[in-house]
Design a protein around this ligand. Structure first.
Ligand SMILES: NC(=O)c1ccc[n+]([C@@H]2O[C@H](COP(=O)([O-])OP(=O)(O)OC[C@H]3O[C@@H](n4cnc5c(N)ncnc54)[C@H](O)[C@@H]3O)[C@@H](O)[C@H]2O)c1
Length: 682
């Protein structure tokens, strides 16, 4: 078991970044100490947080009580002795190497030896800061993005001496903070700034070369990268000098190509301040601008991957999550086609006498492979990780194919397998757009094949000789909950939420959900969960046997390992009494009445508000889906699991191709309430 367990946090520096990082930690319900040079500076940081929270209350993002609870998690102080029991420190002081090194030397003295020390530096190497600590093996880089309470991305950086256990614990702590972590080597600009800074810089070069004016460059960049702000607008927001400094730092560390464009240096040195972004847009310049910016991104992104700074997948996630580009650099390479991408990058490499990165030079015509599912080792277990954090790890046929292959590979290691998801969600269901596209194109068989393949993967988990443990760190909805149910064991964080929302979109849990759920919690509670779509938190799920263990984030991996050590799960037999007294009324009600009786008002709730609410909620669901689910739960209870699962697959078509299926699924992607067919009253 790791000696690093992160439960309590601290942030050093209560400025723009530090205050936001502390706010985010506190928002996730975690305790954090916020330190600055003196009480006045601490108070200034606390006021930044109070203002942000007040805005959140005014915009009804949360209630005033929630804002108070968040503030109560933050201890502002200038007293460093308060750091003695902290498990992870994020340093966010001025970007000055001497100041940062002094802070790390002091942190070495006041923190316990198992406290992880993270730096939020943007421009220094982590190792140059770590060497000021007495035990640099516990130092990592934690590079957040502005605004750190809103932007989910964080780059997690190990320097050459970082203890892998400290790195893993720091990573898990980012998950606990609700962040989307990506891995970066300790290299100039890490991942995202490495291509983002040259992208900004190239936009100034386009201006100084007279290719287009500022308004046109911003417009073309927004169109090409499908983003809300162009490079000049962005520079104005973050401060123009920061862009110049960032470019020069990369230029000094890497190559003159990265050095600040002359016009950018001049803008700063002349003291002109912000760019004048208003002007006439010349639409004929779209390609000239877009191609240059794309060429820069293609060159830099593939170069950094070649250097081993990050993976293809994390490089793309960084752009989508951190910069909110609709596609990452490698997806853009693939969309443009390898030949065109190479020729756009060639315009940059030939001008600057740079070598074409191998990844781009050898990119196959059908694109650079992007792994949606990552395999590896995690502690004593093999790990299989769904890596689509910005799509909440939703399942689709590509994910299914890669998941299948990854699971097969993991089984051959002989180790227990940990199935996880990157980011805030474990797996938030299936890709609804995939369903809608095939229903509209009248190609339903693709949906049936997708579900059947899902069944095969789940059956494979039971058949595997090694135990499979779901590491459910966050939301598990629909197909995601069903994936977990197929594992031998489910270990959840206290933040996990489980739900089966399918009947609200015209379908039913069709990847084993109606059957495996029943065998975990009993038919009455399975009916309640499937008919109402009610989300269950991890603690309640544990009480009714839906999952096996709940732990905080720090204990997730170790708990998964202990369940894997217990071996394969025994065959699950549906309980025939209510597993928890608090659920007794729900159990009795759903055991006694049919869907029709409940919807016709024949079922007696005896004024129980939970039951009244359940019945009311069912009125908004698809009647067709409710009936199909009811039949399946009743029929499956009399069969063995394989036969019951076959019934589920048999009935999929009846739900998906019913008018309610098409309506419910379409309403979901169109962001509106569904309008289902009225029940044929009995
Ligand atoms: N601003 C961004 O967009 C951004 C993005 C990513 C990373 N960063 C990095 O985050 C760090 C902080 O940036 P910022 O924009 O929040 O700066 P800032 O100037 O707003 O805040 C720095 C804070 O650190 C405090 N401080 C300075 N020395 C200290 C010490 N010895 N002990 C305790 N507190 C001390 C200052 O009083 C100040 O409140 C920098 O390393 C920066 O490169 C910034």
């Amino acid at each position: 078991m790791s000696c690093y367990e992160v439960k309590k946090f601290a942030v050093i520096g209560a400025g723009n970044m530090g205050s936001g990082i502390a706010q985010k930690i506190a928002t996730e319900g975690l305790p954090v100490v916020l330190v600055d040079l003196d009480d006045q500076k601490v108070e200034r940081g606390m006021n930044i947080i109070r203002e942000m929270l007040q805005q959140g209350v005014e915009r009804r993002i949360f209630r005033p009580e929630k804002a108070e609870a968040i503030l109560a998690n933050i201890t502002g102080t200038s007293d460093w002795t308060q750091l003695g029991d902290v498990d992870l420190v994020v340093e966010a002081v001025f970007e000055n190497l001497d100041v940062k090194r002094q802070v790390f030397a002091r942190l070495s003295e006041v923190t316990k030896p198992t406290c992880i020390l993270g730096t939020n530096t943007s421009s220094f190497l982590v190792k140059d800061i770590a060497s000021a600590a007495t035990n640099p093996e516990r130092v990592v880089g934690l590079h957040y993005f502005f605004h750190p309470a809103k932007n989910r991305l964080v780059e997690v950086i190990a320097h050459e001496g970082t203890d892998p256990a400290a790195y893993s614990a720091a990573w898990a702590a980012q998950e606990a903070m609700g962040k989307t972590p990506i891995d970066s080597a300790d290299a100039p600009g890490f991942v995202v700034n490495r291509y983002f800074v040259p992208w900004i810089n190239e936009s100034v070069r386009l201006l100084e070369e007279g290719i287009a004016n500022i308004a046109t460059i911003d417009w073309a960049a927004k169109k090409a990268f499908r983003i809300g702000m162009g490079p000049f607008e962005l520079m104005n927001v973050t401060g123009v000098p920061i862009s110049m400094h960032a470019a020069n730092t990369l230029g000094q560390d890497l190559h003159p190509f990265y050095l600040s464009a002359d016009a950018l240096t001049e803008q700063v040195e002349s003291g002109r301040g912000d760019w004048e972004v208003e002007g006439d847009i010349d639409e004929s310049k779209l390609d000239a601008v877009a191609d240059r910016l794309l060429g820069v991104v293609f060159y830099v992104a593939t170069q950094l991957i070649d250097e081993g700074v990050s993976s293809v997948e994390d490089t793309d996630i960084g752009a989508r999550v951190g910069l909110r580009w609709s596609m990452g650099p490698i997806q853009l390479v693939n969309r443009n086609g390898a030949d065109r991408a190479r020729s756009l990058a060639e315009a940059i490499t030939s001008k600057w006498k740079l070598a074409m990165p191998k990844l781009l030079a050898e990119a196959p015509a059908d694109g650079i492979p992007i792994q949606l599912v990552a395999s590896g080792v995690r502690g004593s277990m093999a790990s299989v990780w769904i890596n689509r954090p910005d799509a909440m790890n939703a399942l689709n046929p590509d994910v299914g194919a890669q998941l299948d292959a990854a699971m097969q590979g993991a089984y051959t290691t002989g180790k227990g397998v940990m199935l996880g998801g990157n980011g805030k969600a474990f797996i938030a269901g299936a890709d609804i757009k995939f369903f809608v596209d095939h229903l509209r194109a009248n190609t339903y068989d693709n949906i049936q094949n997708f579900a059947a393949h899902g069944h095969e993967i789940l059956n494979g988990m039971s058949a595997a000789s090694v135990p499979v443990v779901a590491r459910m760190q966050g939301l598990a909805l629909g197909g995601g909950a069903e994936m977990a149910l197929g594992c031998d064991w489910i270990v959840a964080s206290s933040k996990a939420m489980i739900g089966f929302p399918e009947t609200g979109i015209g379908i039913f849990p069709g990847m084993g959900g109606t059957q495996r759920l029943t065998r975990r919690v009993g038919a009455p509670l399975a009916k309640y969960l499937v008919y109402t779509g009610q989300f269950v938190d991890a603690k309640s799920a544990m009480k009714i046997g839906l999952i096996d263990a709940v732990t905080d984030f720090a204990g997730l991996d170790a708990t998964c390992e202990s369940y894997a050590a217990a071996g394969k799960a025994p065959e699950r037999v549906a309980p025939n009494t209510c597993p928890d007294a608090k659920w007794q009324a729900i159990w009795d009600f759903f055991a006694s009445y049919s869907v029709d009786q409940m919807l016709n008002g024949e079922a007696k709730t005896d004024g129980n508000p939970v039951l009244d609410k359940a019945v009311k909620t069912m009125g908004f669901k698809s009647y067709n889906a409710l009936k199909v689910a009811e039949n399946l739960i009743n029929e499956g209870a009399l069969l063995d699991l394989p036969a019951a699962l076959a019934c589920e697959l048999r009935d999929l078509r009846a739900a998906f191709t019913h008018a309610d299926g098409i309506e419910g699924l379409s309403s979901m992607i169109e962001g509106r309430r569904p309008s289902f067919q009225a029940p044929a009253r009995v």
